[in-house]
Ligand binder design. Structure first.
Ligand SMILES: Nc1ncnc2c1ncn2[C@@H]1O[C@H](COP(=O)(O)OP(=O)(O)OP(=O)(O)O)[C@@H](O)[C@H]1O
Ligand SMILES: [Mg+2]
Length: 258
């Protein structure tokens, strides 16, 4: 009864120019998994997320998503796969001067014709779905607000509502709480966890806050300078493993590591 993984990286390496960013990374993520990516700044977390959603092609190895070898898909097929993968970026990627409803409805764009998408900019379509999505993230009253007038936490919720409208099989979130205060961070993490639980969605979230990774995810992958240092159930991650992960790998005194 071994189900096929929803995502799989097979010996993936990635370089930006001459800079090796991921080194021989292999991993499998299954349907319904809740996975946190942790590691110091520059470890390769965002790069890994962009490989998973096919916005980046690896320089070596294979990335499989939803049973497809992403590297080999034609653009139209790739878009179909990407429609099933909702990504929340740290910078929200919202259009500031539009009403919230238009940003939420952007979750439909992969499915809508160009004509419908253009019409929707004049007359908001799917008001009902957008309202429901905003209610789920706790800000239904902001439907017609101008996006730039919202606080950072509210904009993060709009980005989540857009992903909800997309109704993907998997949600990838790149540091979704990096710009939020502790209270909002908890709310957004609770929200992400329950969005995952509701529909058995897979969740992959990169986090600087290891405590949230441990409290809200079942599995933690520790990245260090582009390599996986550990990949295990959250409760098995120890203080020593974290010190090792965030400790200075370069120039550390001999014997300081492992
Ligand atoms: N488009 C790019 N062009 C060149 N170098 C890049 C590019 N994107 C990322 N890098 C480099 O790749 C390395 C890994 O970056 P990445 O953004 O994946 O790290 P990260 O773990 O997400 O870090 P952070 O916690 O700071 O977000 C860094 O050294 C970064 O400078
Ligand atoms: Mg990053």
């Amino acid at each position: 009864m071994n189900a096929a993984p929803l995502f799989e990286l097979k010996q993936v390496s990635h370089q930006f120019g001459n800079l090796p960013v991921l080194k021989d990374v292999s991993l499998q993520i299954f349907s319904g998994d809740r996975v946190a990516l942790v590691g110091a700044s520059g470890a390769g977390k965002s790069t890994l997320i962009r490989l998973l959603n096919g916005t980046l092609r690896p320089t070596q190895g294979e990335v499989w998503a939803l049973g497809r070898n992403v590297n080999q898909l034609k653009p139209a097929r790739l878009r179909q796969v990407q429609q099933q993968i909702g990504t929340v970026y740290q910078q929200f990627h919202l259009v500031d001067n539009l009403q919230v409803i238009h940003n939420v409805n952007a979750g439909h764009l992969g499915r809508w014709s160009l004509f419908k998408a253009l019409v929707s900019l004049l007359v908001p379509l799917e008001v009902e779905t957008a309202t429901q999505a905003l209610a789920q993230v706790g800000i239904p009253e902001k439907l017609y607000a101008i996006t730039r007038d919202l606080s950072g936490g509210q904009q993060q919720r709009v980005a989540l509502a857009r992903v909800l409208v997309q109704n993907p099989l998997a949600i990838l979130a790149d540091e979704p709480i990096a710009s939020l205060d502790p209270t909002l961070s908890r709310e957004v993490m609770d929200l992400l966890r329950s969005l995952g639980q509701q529909a058995g969605r897979t969740l992959v979230v990169s986090l600087h806050d290891v405590a949230f990774a441990q409290s809200h995810c079942d599995r933690i992958i520790g990245l260090q300078q582009g390599s996986i240092r550990f990949d295990c159930p959250s409760h098995e991650v120890s203080e020593t493993m974290l010190e090792d992960l965030y400790g200075a790998p370069d120039g550390a005194p001999d014997g300081a590591q492992g």
